[in-house]
Design a protein around this ligand. Sequence first.
Ligand code: ADP
Ligand code: MG
Length: 351
Amino acid sequence: MGRMGAQDPSKGPPAAPTPALRLQGIRKNYGGVVAVAGVDLVIDEGEFFTLLGPSGSGKTTLLRMIAGFERPDAGRIELGGRDVTSLPPHLRDTNTVFQDYALFPHMSVAQNIGYGLRIKRIPGAERQRRVDRALRMVRLEGLGTRRPNQLSGGQRQRVALARAVINEPEVLLLDEPLGALDLKLRQEMQIELKQIQKEVGITFVYVTHDQEEALTMSDRVAVMSNGRIEQIGTPVDIYERPATEFVAGFIGISNLLLRNGVKFVVRPEKIRMLTEDEQPEPGMQVEPGTVEEVVYVGMSTRYVVRLDRGEHLVAVRQNMDAAGDAHRFQGRPVRLAWTADHTYVLETKER
Ligand code: ADP
Ligand code: MG
């Protein structure tokens, strides 16, 4: 029988497929420091799942527990339905890619990539075939004989990725793997990494502190703060419908509004900035204010507006035309307008 469960309708609905990873009540302290404060998580097979949070929020600790480099103080870790909580790393069907690549400097690129297969005593011919395929996958054909120190940062990171993917682990764990690359290369690698993940179909658990990176690549994102998960959702969920003030502030520009003790968020690009002669559309919420700052950021211009009621909101306008005159708004009275379905009420979390 397949893992989707019974086909016979008389036996009830088919069982849900076994998740790639399940975490239940995971905790970890270091001395007095709570690194991970109780995490529950289910990740599906083939998902690109990202742990996103600021430095110190417990991402690496959580990833190291999944890999088996750390033991949780409490909780249970299942990989493919199997309890692995007390198994060492080499008995788990995972591989880890680190930020610093951790390549063997004395080995060639091909030897680095084929290392895991050699350990598993895969015969030379098959090893060669799989190494060649992995080199093609990460677009490093022809560089197999080079040493790591003869490669650029981006190329080294691809070797590290190929070396992990070639073992075909059930789950690939990646801890800020693009963190050492400059912005342009990082953005290119984000797209490539996502493509490679789709091609190989391996479940990725990806750690980053970079919200744009998380939104670009992930099927789902868990936003972490102080060792806890604040929200889990698709990129659209966490950006458009942040559940907490922390999520709203960490992902994008927060734009908080307080109304009768209730906190709302409205994203900058959902706000229309109207001058005296422009009218809002019917049904829009309108707030008068004054432009305090005009920030030209190339593709768009950001306006920081102090509302007459006191709050500051940021509005963004695409620079459709040359934006040379954006500064004419500086110090001017404007009205900000948005529709009610673009505002979201935030939960207030008691801790
Ligand atoms: P992140 O990867 O999100 O930056 P970490 O998981 O590395 O966060 O760290 C979470 C918290 O646990 C931090 O306060 C960090 O200082 C602490 N921590 C992590 N590893 C250790 C360790 N080996 N010893 C003591 N404290 C640690
Ligand atoms: Mg970390």
